[in-house]
Design a protein around this ligand. Structure first.
Ligand code: SF4
Length: 291
């Protein structure tokens, strides 16, 4: 295919054996880990874990990515649509609360095929950096139950510098509008486990509380009470973060509190984090063997 799956719209030729474009991936999905995952928000991980499928590559190239080896270096093992569908069954049999597709857009045609082969009886989560095309998200309608997108920046210049994304704010806002159009507000079952809707994540970056505060303003202004937000304070310098002076430390309690207070002032519903999670211990051990 001539690939325009993500907002980079490279127009590169990609086939199951030919890689191309900014992501340098073939259309054959690659995975770094498939396993129950316990470090998502409480309504996603619950007590039995989220059935996470970590795909290689990403539509964003964040210099501070905690999954840098798989997102930027594309490490992983090829897997077919049929094998993926078998993995959904295996995870479901383990009792996880959902199937959680982490950074999947670059392989979307094969992923859609995997759900044509087997549609799980538990919710499907689309866990994305949030930099997505509306046209691509439309192809997921009827497959995805819960969108779990990031919204990282209120400033296009920061997005370009730290994540290599052009026209970030308008693109990510359009994507979020489409997700909310499809699934609406986050809804939970009687046990507090998410069944459908959208949960937006925002990671507070060191030295950038003004960016975070403006992100909250933009989200509240655009989505009002439909918004459920997870405010993350787990930033720890990873990847190439230390090449950027402002990103080379963890966030302080004061920085997190300042953003959290603004979230409370705006009466945004959601989840906050203990800063004890700001450690690399929470990064999964990649096995690159998928199972
Ligand atoms: S998925 Fe890859 S090739 Fe396709 S538009 Fe995005 S970066 Fe370019």
């Amino acid at each position: 295919m001539i690939c325009k799956l993500c907002p980079h719209k490279c127009g590169a030729l990609r086939t199951k054996d030919t890689s191309g474009g900014k992501c340098s991936l073939t259309l054959t999905p690659k995975v770094a880990r498939i396993a129950p995952h316990f470090w998502e928000e409480p309504p996603i991980s619950g007590a039995r874990g989220s059935g996470a499928v970590f795909f290689s590559g990403c539509t964003l190239s964040c210099v501070y990515c905690q999954n840098y080896e798989i997102s930027a270096e594309n490490r992983g093992t090829p897997i077919t649509a049929k094998e993926l569908s078998e993995e959904y069954k295996r995870l479901e049999a383990m009792g996880v609360h959902n199937i959680n597709l982490v950074s999947a857009t670059q392989f979307l045609p094969e992923i859609i095929k995997s759900f044509e082969i087997y549609k799980p009886n538990i919710p499907v989560v689309y866990n994305t950096g949030g930099f997505e095309r509306v046209e691509t998200l439309k192809a997921l309608e009827g497959i995805v139950d819960i969108y779990l997108p990031d919204f990282k920046y209120s400033d296009d210049k920061l997005a370009l510098e730290y994540s290599g994304a052009e026209n970030y704010v308008e693109t990510s806002l359009s994507a979020l509008s489409e997700m909310i159009r499809q699934k609406g507000k986050l809804s939970l079952d009687d046990n507090g486990i998410a069944q459908k809707g959208v949960l937006v994540r925002h990671l507070v970056l060191p030295n950038h509380t003004r960016n975070s505060i403006e992100v909250l303003n933009i989200l509240k202004e655009n989505f009002g009470d439909l918004l459920t937000l997870s405010l993350m304070g787990q930033y720890t310098p990873c990847g190439k973060a230390c090449e950027h002076q402002k990103l080379s430390r963890k966030i302080t309690k004061r920085e997190y509190q300042k953003v959290l207070c603004h979230l409370l002032d705006l009466e945004i519903e959601g989840y906050s984090q203990e800063l004890t999670s700001a450690t690399t211990e929470y990064i999964p051990q990649w096995d690159f063997e998928a199972k």
